[in-house]
Design a protein around this ligand. Structure first.
Ligand code: SAM
Length: 377
């Protein structure tokens, strides 16, 4: 969902722009405002409840506009939200991070409703803005809304992970879809010195962290993470859970006094865990007695672990199977994160080259894993 875990600064310099191009101009009649407190959506239809529709359109919340890649119809929420108008404060924060100014050319990935592309077109001139959307119907609706607003940026239908090469080089690339890797096409299509701004995350959780990469002339890009947020994922970057049908054995069964290292989706340790325990996702499930179980799954299906901590118990039961000891890896990651001062996400950064990605702490000179994590216990 396109919500922010931490608010962006109130004065983003773009408030007048936002007032001049209200988000309501880009929303369909049937919308699903996202309740960030409960994580739920309920339909609002302008034809039957115009007051609530207007309030939702102007509120600082994400508004879902499509479910299940368009296969779902009707007012009930579908299974997976697949297109939305992002939360205004998040859009403002991304524009502030990318800082596009007149004279620059911008590529947006993930047109959605077309609102962000419209804001960019007003700022830079429509001829300076290209936006790419994977879904035909979503792209067509965005074109129509932009047209009605008198704005005609180039709206391309296609896979934005390939960029839009025939408009390159761009001064800025702004992704409004979450990615789990920076596609090689993106730095290649941004001019040297240009910026690439994207919600980036691992598969450990569904959360993203906004990264701002400065592009070098050789296909590499590097820069800091700024703040946690959460975006819908690029279609091919959605989490697909492995099939453990052919159970992994033997299972190591042990007990420890160590509690579950659980902090919530936008916590810096959750982000660090994804960087340090690669190729793994996690899930938290309640136990019957009110305690919790932490499940860890290797995405290649080669390992799993579960750590159960009954309510009020001083003991965690840990079972692990497969090629990796995922609980041990997670504890090693936690020990490292604690030893380096429990850093926030803004102390981390990312460097990508064609075919490699390296996360670092404080500077590219300190890649994660160097020095190596403490030995797994
Ligand atoms: C959060 S919405 C974008 C919000 C949009 N910027 C706005 O102003 O309304 C994400 C959009 O990215 C699209 N998308 C998902 N995967 C994509 C891909 N590989 N290439 C291009 N667009 C993609 C989705 O269909 C969805 O419309």
């Amino acid at each position: 969902m396109t919500g922010a875990a931490t608010p962006v600064p109130a004065d983003t310099g773009g408030r007048a722009e936002f007032a001049a191009l209200p988000r309501a101009l880009f929303l369909p009649e049937l919308i699903w405002p996202y309740d960030t407190a409960t994580g739920t959506c309920a339909a609002v239809d302008r034809r039957t409840d115009p007051g609530r529709w207007r309030a939702a359109a102007s509120a600082d919340i994400p508004v879902v506009t499509q479910w299940d890649d368009g296969r779902h119809t009707g007012p009930e929420p579908g299974t997976v939200p697949t297109s939305s108008a992002s939360m205004p404060s998040v859009v403002a924060g991304m524009l502030e991070a990318a800082a596009p100014v007149p004279g620059m050319r911008v590529l947006e990935i993930g047109t959605g409703t077309g609102w962000t592309a419209g804001l960019l077109a007003r700022r830079l001139g429509a001829g300076a803005v290209t936006t790419v959307e994977v879904d035909d119907a979503v792209a067509a609706a965005a074109r129509a809304a932009l047209d009605a607003a008198g704005l005609r940026p180039r709206v391309v239908t296609g896979d934005g992970l390939a960029g839009v090469p025939d408009g390159a080089p761009y001064d800025r690339l702004i992704s409004t879809v979450g990615v789990r890797d920076i596609p090689a096409a993106w730095p290649a299509q941004v001019r040297p010195g240009g910026l690439l701004v994207a919600p980036w995350g691992t598969h450990y959780s569904n959360a993203d962290v906004l990264v701002v990469l400065t592009v070098a002339g050789d296909g590499t890009a590097s820069g800091p993470f700024l703040r946690p947020l959460e975006f819908m994922k690029a279609r091919s970057h959605r989490l697909v859970l492995p099939d453990f049908a052919g159970e992994l054995r033997p299972v190591d069964d042990s007990a420890t006094g160590v509690g579950l290292p659980l902090y919530g989706p936008w916590h810096p340790f959750t982000f660090a865990a994804g960087l340090l325990v690669p190729g793994v996702t996690h899930a938290v499930r309640p136990l019957d007695d009110g305690g919790r179980a932490l499940w860890l799954y290797a995405l290649d299906g080669a390992a799993w672990a579960v750590a159960e901590r009954p309510a009020g118990a001083g003991v965690t039961r840990v079972r692990q199977a497969g090629k990796r000891r995922l609980w041990n890896e997670l504890l090693a990651a936690h020990a490292w994160w604690t030893a380096v001062g429990r850093p926030g996400v803004e102390r981390f950064g990312l460097t990508v080259t064609p075919g490699t990605r390296t996360a670092w702490l404080d500077s590219p000179a300190h890649p994660l894993g160097d020095p190596p994590l403490p030995a797994a216990s």
